[in-house]
Design a protein around this ligand. Structure first.
Ligand code: SAH
Length: 205
């Protein structure tokens, strides 16, 4: 079923084969809630705890494709959710740091990724602040809809780095931001998507 999903994605868009390979390896059915495993290899978002969602496979493929992750690169993810995108980044050989503002999801993702032997450093906190102590990051991926591009994330992107972020309040435009110099950024747009909102603070504040 997983291979069928990969073949379907390949027909929809010329995704980087490394991205498709990673998606062919990560067991998405182990990232969704009990009872929904059956739908794990359809190209659909699914509900997870805390009223959040696991992104649609097409969306994960597109964000990862645009990010162009290489082995050993430092990648910061905002919005760990169930940890599926985190696992894809780890599968590509990146050194992954991921922040989640819902404590329940952070704890669950931690257990799940450990159990599946994916290495990633997870943090419970507000992704708007990024992780200044670990910056700069070659790649930054935001997996929730940001009303605007957070300044802290722009400043934590390495020169030559890429950030993929869905921007907008009612529906989002996928933006790829390349940092071309100390104070130069180039932004391109890559289609319309629908994400759960990027919220400030954590769920215990
Ligand atoms: N990458 C996830 C997508 C989960 S949905 C996956 O593969 O399943 C987006 C997630 O972003 C939600 O879990 C939500 O709680 C989280 N989120 C929203 N605003 C955030 C913020 N400011 N900081 C960190 N996480 C945030």
């Amino acid at each position: 079923m997983r291979q069928r999903l990969v073949d379907y994605l390949r027909k929809k868009f010329p995704f980087d084969e490394n991205v498709l390979n990673a998606m062919g390896k990560v067991p998405r059915h182990l990232f969704v809630d009990k009872g929904l495993e059956h739908f794990a290899y359809e190209d659909k978002p699914l509900s997870i705890a805390a009223k959040q969602t696991i992104s649609q496979p097409f969306t994960v493929a597109m964000q990862t494709h645009l990010l162009q992750v290489k082995k050993w690169e430092k990648v910061l993810e905002i919005g760990t959710g169930c940890g599926y995108q985190t696992a894809i980044l780890a599968e590509l050989g990146a050194t992954v740091y991921s922040i989640e503002r819902q404590r329940e999801l952070y704890l669950q993702a931690q257990q799940r990724l450990l159990g599946l032997h994916y290495r990633a450093s997870l943090f419970y906190g507000d992704g708007y602040a990024g992780k200044p102590t670990l910056a700069p990051f070659q790649k930054i991926i935001v997996t929730c809809g940001a009303p605007e591009v957070p300044q802290a994330l722009l400043s934590q992107l390495a020169v030559g780095g890429r950030m993929v972020i869905p921007v907008g309040e009612n529906g989002q435009t996928m933006q790829l931001i390349e940092r071309t110099g100390e104070s130069d950024y180039r932004t391109t747009q890559h289609g319309e998507f629908s994400f759960v909102p990027m919220l400030t603070g954590t769920n215990h504040e």
